[in-house]
Write a protein that binds this ligand. Structure first.
Ligand code: FMN
Length: 327
């Protein structure tokens, strides 16, 4: 089975290919997820732009949004051809636009339809098919709602579940509020795991440190970290040593940036802007003297069309290395 111990969550506008390539220099083992891509976009859009990624990103999972089984099967097949290691179905996103198309979190109310979708995707691809869901929506009882969803997708052959351990309230909360306001219930996910000992289950929501991640691994198979991994990417440098017992790919954040330079050079060569990648790197030195000057340089000089590797090096030079040596 896949190693689901640690993953970085799918996040729209955040976990694009450059973000994932950056995260990969910080951890060789973290599983990386794309932003959600709708079936409509995959079937009718610019596939290379939507699905293209670089080989260094493996293991990488694509997250699909949709609820039409044939479309999902076709999109899954296309994603598999692109080389994705896993296809994940979004049953957790609460946005209005998404509800109109009947997908995302509102599918918590339709386990039979989700099962049909999973079965169709399973029939279409060889890579694992997983589902990311909530513990319920609105007035649903999380005991019954999550059990019903899990049982349905297990019967359809799902290869794993990621559970964001809070409800989505589809009326009255913005998508952002739906990531903070409904209370977390880690116990509910632990109970789901006990009921499905053979099903890989990862927990998501509010996990901010690797200590918290490790503690969760007593109860579930994996943790998925979203905002903390994005805003404090240096956290990822601890993933391989702390959760996998392996050496980190680089000794510190400075070495990781240096190792990432060839990727950035290639991107600039293709005519992309420095900012397309450095926007994901702003939090890398948080907590070190000079971190603010680093961020400010990347947010000013780094935004110019002609910003280049020299701009990044200048930004990094603002950061004190002392703490790195002390650590
Ligand atoms: N969840 C999805 O399943 N698909 C998405 O496309 C998606 N986009 C997100 C975009 C942003 C900017 C953020 C902050 C979250 C998004 N989420 C999405 C939710 C995260 O995957 C995750 O479930 C949530 O942030 C809770 O985890 P955390 O507390 O570790 O951040």
């Amino acid at each position: 089975p896949e190693d689901v111990r640690f993953s970085v969550a799918p996040m729209m506008d955040w976990t694009d290919r450059h973000c994932r390539a950056f995260h990969r220099v910080l951890s060789a083992r973290a599983r990386l997820y794309t932003e959600m891509v709708t079936t409509g976009a995959v079937l009718h859009g610019d596939r290379e732009r939507l699905l293209g990624f670089s080989a260094a990103e493996h293991p990488v999972a694509v997250q699909l949004g949709g609820s039409n089984p044939e479309d999902l099967a076709q999109a899954a097949r296309i994603a598999e051809e692109f080389g994705y290691d896993e296809v994940n179905l979004n049953v957790g996103c609460p946005s209005d636009r998404v509800q109109e198309g009947r997908f995302g979190a509102c599918l918590m109310r339709e386990p039979a339809l989700v099962a049909t979708c999973v079965a169709a995707m399973k029939a279409a691809v060889r890579v694992p098919v997983t589902v990311k869901c909530r513990i319920g929506v609105d007035d649903q009882d999380p005991e019954a709602a999550l059990d019903a969803l899990a049982q349905a997708v297990v019967a359809a052959g799902v290869d794993g579940l990621v559970v964001h351990a809070r409800k989505a309230w589809l009326q009255g909360l913005s998508p952002k509020e739906n990531r903070d306001v409904p209370p977390l219930d880690y116990g509910r996910v632990a109970r789901l795991k006990r009921a499905h000992p053979d099903l890989p289950i990862a927990i998501n929501g509010g996990i901010a440190t690797l200590d918290q991640a490790r503690a969760q691994l007593d109860a579930v198979d994996g943790v998925m970290v979203g905002r903390a991994a994005y805003t404090e990417p240096a956290l990822l440098l601890g993933v391989d040593p702390d959760l996998f017992g392996e050496a980190a790919p680089h000794s510190d954040a400075f070495a990781a940036v240096a190792a990432f330079e060839p990727y950035i050079a290639a991107l600039l060569e293709r005519g992309e802007r420095l900012h397309a990648v450095t926007r994901h790197m702003l939090g890398l030195f948080n907590g070190r003297p000079g971190a603010r000057a680093y961020r400010r340089h990347l947010s000013t000089a780094g935004m110019r069309p002609d910003a280049d590797l020299g701009t990044l090096r200048t930004a990094v030079a603002f950061v004190s290395r002392d703490r790195a040596e002390a650590a």
